[in-house]
Design a protein. Structure first.
Lengths: 555, 281
């Protein structure tokens, strides 16, 4: 029987459309932990949902803002088993076959064009009316850009999981290390940003004054101290160049209220400090080695396939190529979609905030986030009305929302006896998220997936957010629920990684492999079972984490 | 004469039924090239006391024939299938299919001679004797050995020119799988299957098989492996190929004059005929 979930007393919900109560709405605290203002929801979050639906043969999604929190519902299309072959033939295989081509010749040129329009619009000198027109344009642009998101991510996920299946069936499941080697060496912007920061940190280590500042000075004072010396200023030039390249990045994707690195480089400085404390490491040499290992692994696969039917060899080569493209795009798309949409939308809203402060509609720039689109447009066309009271009310409301604990699920749970819909994308996606494993039978051992090879012993540090990077010390093993691209720079600051969620093709595992650090992913509960400072032995080859009795005790 | 070529011999009585069938077809159909060690060679081997090697009197002809295969395929040690071809096998009344040895992926003279002797030995094996006793045939065995270029098949097919279940003569039934035909013949997995109208070669019923396993050549001959999951839901034959196979099957029935059970294989775009026997009642 479908089961209607009870609405918690402290989280009242009135369904605007009574039919919405029949769907299953989910709240993901990892990605959307804080409430969104009405403006954030309208000009950004809703545009994301809208974009996801375009040309998507696998699912429909909708979103709601409930007590400020972002809830989404997915309706996965079902395919009767007798039609699965046709689905693969007419939809999935062509989607995979054309992915690289569409990215290069269709999606990327349009994305570039849209971003150029933003980049060439002068928010500083536009009039209020021009900014309002630009707001409508920006909303439409967000939808357009996010329409490419699932057209990239869905085939990427399908390709990676099909290649994984094919590889396991041909070479055995124990060969995962080699499988991943074949998908390695991503030249994505996010990885490049970490490597470029690393290079800066190595330069810093060779500059005594700078090195000292990075190792000893609190984050908040680093820039001022660097500016106080010639050596520091030389270094700052490099640092600012880095921010020019990567400054649009943001610690909190999907929150317009969060400043970009360009506006507040604190996270970058923190990562730089952590890097400066790390021992020497030659990423270039490691990269070369990894390329060599990949070529070797590929040659081995081809040799083993020599006696196979030609169609099998062709399928291997085809899925390998698409899985490589998919792994690349799975990381790279964030640089072209999430990051610039966030950045430019925020810059526009800030400019609007400035104008509206000048005309007295609001008292300070930030207040603009608490206005709705309609109110902003109204203020532009009929100036003079102050909206201070509304802003105060909304701020209070948001403060109240922030104290709530949103239930992970609302609405109606599907019938538990009904079989899961046959949807190849859903199956692949669930594997990416990491199907929970049964707990280890050995005492003091956590069990997960072998995400990245190697064995390391060290103290654990549990982080809820990448902002907590200051807790990290060299040799620490990072423990977290899961990682998103925002966490990428932290991977060079730790000796290993353990996650609650995620499978071997998810972000955590892929990036851990790129950084050559051992990782065990999908343990289920590492963040609740382990304690900061606890010494563990992480075995990235077997997917096991052995806990020692020594509690460590260092915070 | 100890060695005779498919398509060129003139005395089929010494080739065994399997080879004789293929010989008859070799001139008109694309049969992988091959030759036969005749019953005379077997008799010679028996007379010498069934030694571990091919008799000296037979060796020159064998070496010469294998060298000719090498030239045909531009390969120093061509890969061949070595199969028994008994005189009573594949006849219309009794099918000894599977009762004798067959070796795949044999390369080089030493291995070839080895496998020939192994086929000869199997003819002497007790189990075969018992089978023959059961089928009321005389105990004297006369054996030929067929040596044929191995087709490392991309797709293998078994086709009947009548419906083997219903007996309908209006149907052609085709089963197909990735890799070598042994997976179909040996019942190792469910192949794709088609029922085709003999009259106009249109497909009436098509069923996608589970195709979980396939047979591929290996250094030791052949082994069974998993079909990669992304290929299981894929049809192994396209429309043009189904038509080509159905047409071949229909033509063979007409040529032979009786309903046929054939094995054929695709290597790239080329369809090879591997076996053709009467459908046993």
């Amino acid at each position: 029987m479908p089961h209607t979930l009870p609405i918690p007393a402290d989280f009242p919900v009135q369904w605007a459309d009574p039919n919405d109560a029949q769907s299953l709405w989910q709240y993901h605290s990892t990605y959307y932990s804080a409430p969104h203002t009405p403006l954030e929801f309208e000009i950004y979050m809703q545009r994301v949902s809208e974009g996801f639906k375009i040309e998507n043969p696998f699912f429909l999604c909708r979103c709601l803002r409930l007590n400020g929190y972002f809830y989404e519902t997915y309706l996965f299309h079902e395919t009767p088993s007798e039609n699965i072959e046709t689905l693969y033939e007419t939809t999935i295989s062509p989607m995979l076959a054309t992915l690289a081509d569409k990215w290069e010749h269709e999606y990327f040129p349009v994305i570039r064009q849209e971003l150029t329009r933003w980049e060439t619009f002068d928010v500083q000198h536009a009039t209020l009316m021009e900014l309002v027109a630009h707001l409508d344009e920006t909303m439409a642009r967000n939808t357009t850009l996010f329409s490419f998101h699932d057209r990239l991510v869905c085939p990427a996920i399908l390709a990676m999981s099909q290649f994984e299946d094919l590889y396991h069936d041909l070479f055995g499941a124990e060969e995962d290390g080699k499988l991943h080697q074949l998908l390695h060496d991503l030249e994505t912007h996010s990885l490049k940003s970490a490597r470029d920061l690393w290079r800066l940190s190595r330069q810093a280590r060779n500059m005594p004054v700078v090195r000292n500042i990075l190792l000893e000075t609190p984050v908040a004072d680093v820039l001022a101290e660097l500016a106080a010396s010639d050596e520091g200023q030389t270094f700052l030039a490099g640092f600012n160049a880095y921010l020019r390249d990567y400054g649009k990045n943001n610690q909190h994707l999907f929150y317009l209220t969060s400043p970009s690195w360009r506006e507040d480089p604190t996270p970058v400085i923190q990562n730089l400090k952590n890097y400066a404390a790390q021992p020497e490491r030659d990423f270039s040499a490691e990269n070369e080695q990894s390329k060599h290992a990949r070529a070797q692994a590929l040659a081995e696969c081809r040799a083993r396939l020599a006696d196979y039917p030609q169609p099998v060899i062709e399928k291997f080569e085809f899925l390998l190529r698409v899985a490589q493209v998919g792994t690349f795009l799975y990381d790279e798309h964030v640089y072209w979609i999430e990051i610039p949409t966030m950045y430019h939308t925020r810059q526009l809203v800030l400019a609007l905030g400035q104008r509206l402060t000048e005309t007295g509609v609001i008292q300070q720039g930030d207040d603009v986030f608490y206005l709705t689109c309609a109110e902003i447009r109204q203020s532009a066309s009929t100036p003079g009305t102050a909206l201070h009271a509304i802003v105060t009310e909304r701020r209070a409301e948001m403060a109240r929302f922030a104290t709530l604990t949103p239930p992970p699920m609302l609405g109606t749970l599907p019938d538990e006896n009904a079989s899961a819909p046959i949807n190849p994308f859903l199956e692949s996606f669930m594997r990416l998220l990491g199907i929970p494993l049964p707990p280890s039978e050995e005492p003091d051992t956590l069990r997960g997936y072998a995400g990245s090879a190697g064995i390391v012993t060290g103290p654990v540090k549990i982080l809820q957010r990448p902002d907590e990077a200051e807790k990290l010390r060299p040799g620490d093993i990072l423990v977290t629920n899961t990682t998103t691209p925002v966490w990428t720079p932290l991977f060079a600051s730790v000796a290993g990684l353990i996650t609650d969620a995620g499978g071997v093709l998810g972000h955590s595992a892929v990036v851990a492999r790129e950084f050559g650090i051992p990782a065990v992913v999908g343990t289920g509960q590492a963040t609740s079972i382990l304690k900061d400072g606890q010494i563990v032995e992480l075995n990235g080859n077997t997917g096991q984490v052995r806990m020692s009795k020594n509690q460590g005790g260092q915070a | 004469m100890c060695v005779m070529w498919l398509g060129q011999a003139d005395d089929v009585s010494v080739m065994g039924a399997k080879a004789a069938n293929l010989h008859r077809l070799a001139s008109a159909y694309r049969v992988p090239p091959g030759f036969c060690l005749t019953t005379a060679a077997f008799a010679q081997w028996q007379a010498e006391g069934e030694p571990d090697s091919v008799p000296l009197t037979v060796q020159p002809a064998l070496i010469h024939a294998y060298r000719q295969l090498a030239e045909m395929t531009a390969s120093a040690a061509p890969r061949v299938a070595v199969r028994s071809s008994a005189l009573d096998e594949d006849s219309r009344n009794a099918s000894f299919a599977g009762q004798y040895e067959s070796y795949l992926n044999v390369a080089g003279l030493a291995a070839l001679q080895d496998k020939i002797v192994a086929c000869w030995r199997s003819a002497s094996a007790e189990r075969v004797q018992q089978y023959r006793q059961h089928a009321h045939l005389e105990i004297v065995t006369r054996m030929a050995v067929l040596v044929q270029i191995l087709v490392p098949a991309d797709v293998s097919i078994v086709a009947f020119s009548i419906n083997p279940i219903t007996g309908s003569r209006a149907d052609i039934v085709i089963n197909a799988n990735w890799g070598l035909g042994e997976s179909i013949v040996g019942g190792l997995t469910t192949p794709d299957s088609y029922e085709v109208n003999k009259s106009d070669l249109t497909v009436r019923i098509r069923k996608n098989g589970a195709k979980e396993r396939m047979c591929i050549v290996s250094p030791t001959g052949m082994h069974t492996v998993s079909v990669p999951r992304p290929m299981r839901s894929q049809s192994v034959l396209n429309a043009a190929q189904i038509r080509e196979i159905a047409k071949l099957t229909r033509d063979l029935e007409a040529t032979m004059g009786w309903p046929v059970d054939i094995e054929c294989a695709y290597k790239a775009d080329t369809l090879y005929l591997l076996q053709c026997r009467p459908v046993t009642a």
